[in-house]
Write a protein that binds this ligand. Structure first.
Ligand code: 5GP
Length: 113
């Protein structure tokens, strides 16, 4: 399992505001939210970056996006819209080297696109 801060959250070694968990994924609120809703969806398998994905991870990546969309629907902001982001390595702004999907929403989002 990941030897990162997110691995510690998965192992319950440090606290987090966990909003979803199953055998493959965990989701918790970002400690420094960039939108009214900012949740991180994290595979439990050790995968450092997008570059480390293999075809065998295709179902897992699908589950990651499906879990984020399901959460947005359950929270009632899916129709208004939201943003999903995966940062990769230095130029992408990645700071925690365990693959994670940022779900941002709850208000109009600016500064991208
Ligand atoms: P990255 O920059 O790697 O794409 O995103 C890492 C995210 O993890 C950042 O948005 C940062 O605020 C969040 N983060 C870093 N440490 C912690 C932590 O200990 N707990 C939680 N909940 N989020 C964290």
């Amino acid at each position: 399992m990941s030897d990162t801060i997110f691995g510690k959250i998965i192992r319950r070694e440090i606290p987090a505001d966990i909003v979803y968990e199953d055998d493959d994924l965990i989701a918790f609120k970002d400690i420094s939210p960039q939108a009214p809703v900012h949740v991180l969806f994290v595979p439990k398998a050790t995968i450092a970056t997008l570059n480390d994905l293999t075809p065998g991870h295709a179902e897992l990546v699908g589950k990651l996006f499906l879990a984020a969309a399901k959460y947005a629907k359950a929270q009632g902001f899916a129709d208004d819209g939201y943003r999903c982001v995966i940062n990769c390595n230095r130029h992408g702004g990645q700071t925690v080297f365990q693959l994670h999907l940022h779900l941002l929403g709850g208000a109009p989002l600016h500064g991208f696109g």
